[in-house]
Design a protein around this ligand. Structure first.
Ligand code: BES
Ligand code: MN
Ligand code: ZN
Length: 495
């Protein structure tokens, strides 16, 4: 179902004579032409210089100018991407323009491209970083969701191949980029699929298919009998109201030695809110509520495809949150797998319920070196950070640093929120060990506090992706975040 990703390869060629559908370059509006552009300018009879003098180079970052059949070049198109203002030029703008370039290349119906964006100077970043990011951004920009619609006349065909200037170590680098692209595509595709298709059983099926397809990737699926047996009452409570029964999925990559690193994803395939029903506006967006599960599956696909020398477990708690005669209710007190009791105050705070048991199970079964959960957990996180950063919560300063660094490195940024004990008070209740909501103040943090109670003694962090999991650019679609951050973190752990 997933459309295939762009095939990536290096070439050592003169840009003037490279045989491609589209040559991609970046130029700063009004700035002097950089050295690498000299030969292109010359070959085109001074075209670049004339565009610059006429003020016709794109001004804002990511806006582009597509020239067809440029005289003097072998390339059939020349795409000039704007870089924005010199003072605002950062590694994150660079990452954004690589995505914009990928989108423009596809829209032009070019089937191949040669991407010279790594020739740009990027503050603090070397050729390897720029090349990797371009390989990822171009593929990101090429993604178009088509699974459930009839083809349209103006659908552009996918770009088939992108070449990049050869540098030292580029083969290994492109292999890794390709693996990340595969994982990101899977994550986006799963999150974009409608909730009547992408059910808990469907997630289990796709995870199983991946395990069949990729050598050494193993899968295990628990159905409800097994979960009831294990006492996963918090997870099962959320699933009670739906005919689409819950699944617990574990993908396992054993590429190294030692305790695995564990990812735990929230896989609410549709979140109506349950008996605490959500308002009708934008409820359809809640198909994205399995974004954490999608990122977990995508990250496992990526580490397996790149054969990362590390052990990694990806656990997905998949349920649908529906209102029904059998649904759990506000006021219910549920005994979690860990034996802790939870008073339900709002059935719409379901993510933390399912993650509670998933964290307990993962900690006990995988005995991980570190455990990171990923969840579209709170609307409050969208209020706090918008769509640009994922919310990272942990009491472990070192782990916070690792994740923040990975996010910067992958241009898939996180931002830390505190998990101070003082916030724990907000989830106290006379009727159980805790309640499942903490009131209006610091809604993302009290959700994190709730989760923290289900981790015994493992290094653990929680990533709230409610804002970052979608709305990067147009057309609206899942972003595949934070696959980039997670895979970077795991690569760093593999050393
Ligand atoms: N899936 C939602 C969180 C969400 C909201 C993600 C909007 C993306 C956009 C989650 O299950 C939820 O409903 N959270 C509640 C918690 C509240 C009841 C304490 C929320 O954020 O309103
Ligand atoms: Mn909810
Ligand atoms: Zn939810």
């Amino acid at each position: 179902m997933t459309q295939s990703r762009i095939s990536l390869s290096p070439i050592d060629a003169d840009p003037v004579s490279v045989d491609t559908d589209c040559l991609v370059i970046g130029l700063m509006h009004a700035a002097a032409l950089p050295g690498w552009a000299g030969s292109l300018n010359e070959a085109t009879g001074g075209l670049l210089e004339r565009l610059r003098e006429a003020g016709e180079l794109p001004t804002s970052a990511g806006r582009s100018l597509m020239l067809h059949e440029p005289d003097g070049l072998r390339a059939r198109r020349l795409l000039i991407v704007g870089l924005g203002k010199p003072g605002k030029w950062t590694e994150h703008v660079y990452a954004a323009i690589t995505r914009a370039a990928g989108q423009a290349v596809r829209a032009s119906r070019a089937r191949s491209a040669h991407c010279l964006l790594p020739l740009l100077e990027v503050p603090g970043r070397d050729d390897a970083w720029k090349t990797f990011q371009a390989a990822i951004g171009m593929d990101h920009g090429d993604y178009v969701y088509t699974a459930t619609r009839t083809p349209r006349d103006d659908d552009a065909p996918p770009t088939e191949s992108v070449t990049l200037p050869a540098i030292d170590g580029i083969d290994a680098l492109l292999t890794r980029a390709d693996a990340v692209n595969a994982g990101v595509r899977t994550a986006r595709d799963l999150a974009d699929l409608p909730p009547n298709i992408c059910t808990p059983a469907y997630l289990a099926e796709r995870a199983t298919q991946l395990a069949e397809e990729i050598d050494g990737l193993e899968v295990e699926v628990l159905e409800e009998d097994a979960m009831i047996e294990l006492g996963m009452n918090a997870l099962m409570a959320v699933g009670k109201g739906s005919v689409n029964r819950p699944r617990l999925i574990r993908l396992r990559w054993t590429g190294g030695s030692g305790a695995p690193y564990a990812l735990v994803g929230k896989g609410v395939t549709f979140d109506t809110g349950g008996i605490s029903l959500k308002p009708r506006e934008l409820m359809e967006q809640m198909k994205f509520d399995m974004g954490g599960a999608a990122a977990t599956i995508g990250a496992l696909e990526a580490v397996a495809r790149m054969k990362l020398p590390l052990n990694v477990d990806g656990v997905v708690a998949a349920v649908e949150n529906m209102p029904d005669a059998g649904a759990y209710r506000p006021g219910d007190v549920i005994t979690s797998m860990a034996g802790k009791t939870i008073e339900v105050h709002n059935t719409d705070a379901e993510g933390r319920m399912i993650l509670a048991d998933a964290l307990t199970w993962t900690e006990r079964n995988s005995k991980p070196a570190a455990m990171v959960d990923i969840a579209t957990l709170t609307g409050a996180c969208v209020v706090a950070l918008g769509h640009h950063a994922s919310g990272i919560m942990t009491r472990d300063d070192e782990l916070a640093e690792e994740l923040l660094t990975a996010g910067l490195e992958a241009s898939d940024r996180g931002w830390r929120l505190p998990l101070w004990d003082e916030y724990q008070k907000q989830i106290e209740t006379p009727f159980a060990d805790m309640k499942n909501i903490g009131g209006m103040p610091a809604g993302s943090i009290t959700a994190g506090c709730f989760l923290s109670r289900f981790v015994e003694d493992t290094r653990w962090a929680h990533i709230d992706i409610a804002g970052s999991a979608w709305q990067w650019g147009k057309p609206e679609s899942a972003t595949g975040r934070p696959v980039g951050l997670l895979v970077r973190w795991l690569i760093d752990r593999a050393g």
